[in-house]
Design a protein around this ligand. Structure first.
Ligand code: FAD
Length: 391
């Protein structure tokens, strides 16, 4: 099979896409565009916040992809031109494509929290929801917090990247406080009416391990922020804390804007090849898509979307039809302390009647309890997926 495929974004989705396209169809000309020089993993980044791992442990090089003869371009994709079939770059020449994969992850909707809609505010009140410099900075803020001071975290309404991620972060920061700042508290401002993922497992851990540390407040949506006073504004009240971590509402990465079809923020696709519903010939994968019911925005999912999409792209370029029965899976581990973890798993298959991927009944489920073995599995899962994405 011959043809030019350009991939925007070298994260969990995009880097895997470039690799598998070349593995399965070595004749393709594949270019991967990524703005960052290294891959920094969001999975395991909450352990960096808790001081259990270092940023170096979650920072990986792209050179493991060299052997696949992928053209790796470290640049910013600034526009997609569907008429000319080109991607424009900030610095380099435009890249022509026969098929384009857009995998830019997420960007943030700061206009929904006007007080944080400025570079100064965003440099003080961090999200740390894209692993990298903010992960390191939030760790420093947590270390500098005097014992007895309060930390508050806000969780947006779904859909957002990694449904269990905030609850893992809360557990790990409470674990850090328990060991190093026993008089400090974690206030959770959750826009949701209840914990949205692994609820029983998290509540059980919080109840037995962090009873006097975590204060969970459901239906607490942050709608504004007063920077001078370090105060989050909710619908009917306001909350002051010494340190805030605000995870803002999210949308598909900005470069995907021409492909947005849902709620002004997510990209609709068909699920047999992840081809855009807005512009034919362009495929969208990972966090940026409208996830079909029950499918989380996760690195594992992004890594699975790609395999369906790459297979369909190769079929289309060869003039064939894609596989009509893809099956994909997801497992999300969450640490509830520095030594114990839990997981949720799901399997999804294509439902021809509904034209979407739906959970397979009876497959997947939750871990029955938190334990050390799950923590070992969680670290092994991370090593395995990093290897699948980058080597
Ligand atoms: P990303 O991995 O974010 O990749 C997007 C890439 O595109 C980035 O490298 C970005 O730099 C690049 N990019 C964007 N726009 C441009 C542009 N215009 N030009 C050039 N480059 C561009 N998932 C799990 O499966 N398991 C977990 O345990 C887990 N834990 C998590 C914990 C936390 C704290 C967080 C925040 C997330 C976690 N996730 C986990 C979710 C996971 O990180 C995301 O779902 C995953 O990264 C999505 O992959 P993606 O390829 O869509 O986006």
């Amino acid at each position: 099979v011959q043809g030019r495929v350009v991939v925007i974004g070298g994260g969990f989705g995009g880097a895997t896409a470039a690799k598998y396209l070349k593995k399965w169809a070595p004749g393709l000309d594949v270019t991967l565009v990524e703005r960052n020089s290294n891959f920094v993993s969001c999975p395991i980044s909450n352990l960096v916040l808790a001081g259990v791992k270092d940023i170096e442990d979650i920072t990986l090089a792209y050179d493991g992809l060299e052997k696949y003869d992928i053209r790796l371009v470290h640049d910013e994709a600034v526009a997609i031109d569907p008429d000319k079939r080109e991607v424009r770059l900030a610095n380099g020449d435009p890249l022509p494509w026969d098929r384009l994969i857009v995998a830019p992850g997420i960007d943030f909707l700061y206009d929904r929290i006007p007080g944080l809609d400025s570079p100064e505010a965003q440099s003080r009140v961090l999200h740390a929801w894209k692993a990298g410099p903010q992960t390191v900075e939030l760790r420093k803020q947590l270390e500098a917090l005097p014992d007895g001071d309060t930390f508050a975290i806000s969780i947006p309404a779904p859909p957002y990247r990694c449904p269990p991620g905030p609850y893992e972060r809360i557990s790990l920061i409470a674990n850090y406080f328990k060991q190093h700042k026993p008089r400090s508290k974690v206030i959770v401002l959750d826009a949701n009416p209840e914990i949205t993922s692994k609820k029983g497992l998290f509540l059980d851990a919080w109840d037995s391990l962090y009873k006097d540390i975590i204060e969970y407040r459901p239906n607490n949506q942050v709608v504004d922020f007063e920077l001078a006073e370090n105060r989050a504004i909710l619908e009917f009240e306001s909350v002051k804390a010494d340190l805030f971590n605000v995870i803002p509402p999210q949308r598909s990465g900005l470069i995907a804007t021409p492909l947005v079809t849902a709620d002004d923020r997510w990209c609709g696709v068909e699920y047999l090849g992840f081809e855009s519903l807005a512009i034919p010939g362009i495929h969208v994968i990972g966090d940026a898509i409208v996830a079909s019911p029950g499918m989380p925005k996760s690195g594992f999912m992004a890594n699975n979307h790609v395999k369906v999409a790459a297979d369909a792209i190769i079929a289309r370029l060869a003039g064939a039809e894609p596989n009509t029965a893809p099956i994909i899976a997801n497992t999300c581990y969450s640490f509830v302390s520095d030594t114990q973890a839990v997981h949720v798993a799901g399997v999804y298959t294509f439902d021809a009647e509904k034209s979407t991927l739906l959970p397979v009944e009876g497959a997947g489920g939750l871990s029955p309890e938190r334990n050390r073995l799950e923590a070992d599995y969680a670290l092994a899962w991370a090593r395995n997926i990093w290897a699948d994405v980058l080597t």
